[in-house]
Design a protein around this ligand. Structure first.
Ligand SMILES: Cc1cc2nc3c(=O)[nH]c(=O)nc-3n(C[C@H](O)[C@H](O)[C@H](O)COP(=O)(O)O)c2cc1C
Ligand code: SF4
Ligand code: SF4
Length: 341
């Protein structure tokens, strides 16, 4: 008989992939007659963590953003009280279908960091399992077609079942170990994303002229990152780029300003070239100094231009021109939903 009597599943999900895997685990647990609760991290009451049964198996699942768990997930993990439960950490990563294969995503430091935090609190990590689900990052690529997404879901469903059975049988499951080398190699990028990239991306959403001011995006954002400025949604630096708003907008009004990206990157390059080759003293010409300066200027420009863009969006003609420079404006680009979220 399995030693698992109770399971508490905690998930965070922007576009539904992680929620889907969480629901699969819930279904498998129920089939085995295990008492199971499933909790959305973005609605979770932190005090409920104190009430977790000490014998419960805890499962945490969240997407990977920039080779790490998003801040909302890391904060939730940090809020765990001291305990001795067994924990299975899972993630969903971005993949695409090529022929009959699914490309692997990259976990980066997500498992390492969260395992360290939880172990220090006394928990026992018994599993680290990544799932390669359809990539939802439609700011940078068009949506994965329904048929390919379904193929990826089917493969993952069978994998999830196998992983569940392994854990149910009382075994540890560190499926992530085969990725250790690439996860360690990519770790510097995960810190750069956390400290810099994330803020650039936070300004990469805007509400186009199609916006009906229904405020759904403001209400649904899991981290309350959208507020109203000039009577339209405005994305603040708190945004986690989970893609929920962009994919749930009823009129597909939320877009990524690719035109603005081109202008900002071009201007940053010009300023940095002048700065690095004529003003910056030789002793400061290290790649790390240049990298940091480049990114500070980039985010500074993004902040300024984003404000101007927000103001200009009031003018319908200018708003239409901005939209024309956004790839996400065009129908073929599409929107992604892994499950209702
Ligand atoms: C801003 C952003 C960053 C991402 N970074 C990564 C990454 O570093 N590695 C990866 O494998 N997938 C990455 N992805 C893809 C998502 O992790 C993947 O599609 C995930 O399944 C989405 O889960 P969700 O639907 O539960 O939100 C990223 C997606 C976004 C939007
Ligand atoms: S959900 Fe879409 S239509 Fe509604 S306020 Fe947000 S951007 Fe506008
Ligand atoms: S603003 Fe949109 S993309 Fe950013 S965290 Fe909120 S729902 Fe996610």
């Amino acid at each position: 008989m399995s030693t698992i009597q109770n399971i508490s599943i905690f998930y965070f999900s922007g576009t539904g992939n992680s929620k889907k895997v969480a629901l699969w685990f819930y279904e498998f647990a129920k089939e085995r007659g295990i008492l199971c609760e499933i909790v959305d991290i973005s609605n979770a009451n932190r005090s409920s963590l104190q009430k977790i049964n000490p014998d419960s198996l805890i499962v945490i699942i969240s997407p990977i953003h920039g080779f790490n768990f998003p801040k909302i997930t890391l904060n939730f993990i940090r809020a765990f009280p001291k305990g001795k439960n067994r924990i299975v950490l899972m993630n969903t990563r971005g993949s695409v279908k090529i022929g009959n294969r699914i490309t692997p995503g990259l976990t980066g430091v997500a498992f390492l960091l969260s395992s360290l935090i939880l172990k220090r609190k006394g928990y026992k990590i018994i599993g680290q399992i990544p799932f390669d689900m359809p990539s939802n990052w439609i700011s940078i690529h068009p949506v994965i077609r329904k048929k390919s997404a379904q193929f990826i879901f089917d493969k993952n469903y069978h994998r999830a079942k196998k992983h569940f059975e392994k854990i149910y049988a009382g075994k540890n499951d560190f499926a992530s170990r085969k990725d250790t080398i690439q996860d360690v190699l990519i770790s510097p990028v995960s810190f750069a994303y956390y400290l810099i990239g994330k803020f650039f991306l936070a300004k990469s959403y805007y509400a186009s002229y199609k916006c009906t001011n229904c405020n759904l995006c403001i209400k649904q954002c899991p981290v309350k990152a959208i507020r109203e400025v000039n009577k339209r949604p405005f994305w603040t630096f708190k945004c986690e780029s989970c893609m929920k708003c962009m994919n749930n907008c009823p009129v597909d009004a939320i877009e990524t300003p690719h035109g603005l990206w081109v202008i900002v990157i071009y201007l940053t390059s010009i300023v940095c070239t002048c700065l690095f080759y004529s003003l910056l003293p030789e002793f400061a010409q290290f790649w790390i100094v240049k990298f940091i300066l480049f990114n500070i200027i980039l985010i500074g420009y993004m902040w300024i231009f984003y404000r101007i863009q927000q103001f200009e969006l009031k003018n319908r003609i200018i708003a239409k021109i901005i939209s024309l420079t956004s790839l996400t404006h065009y129908k073929f680009w599409g929107r992604y939903k892994g499950s209702d979220n």
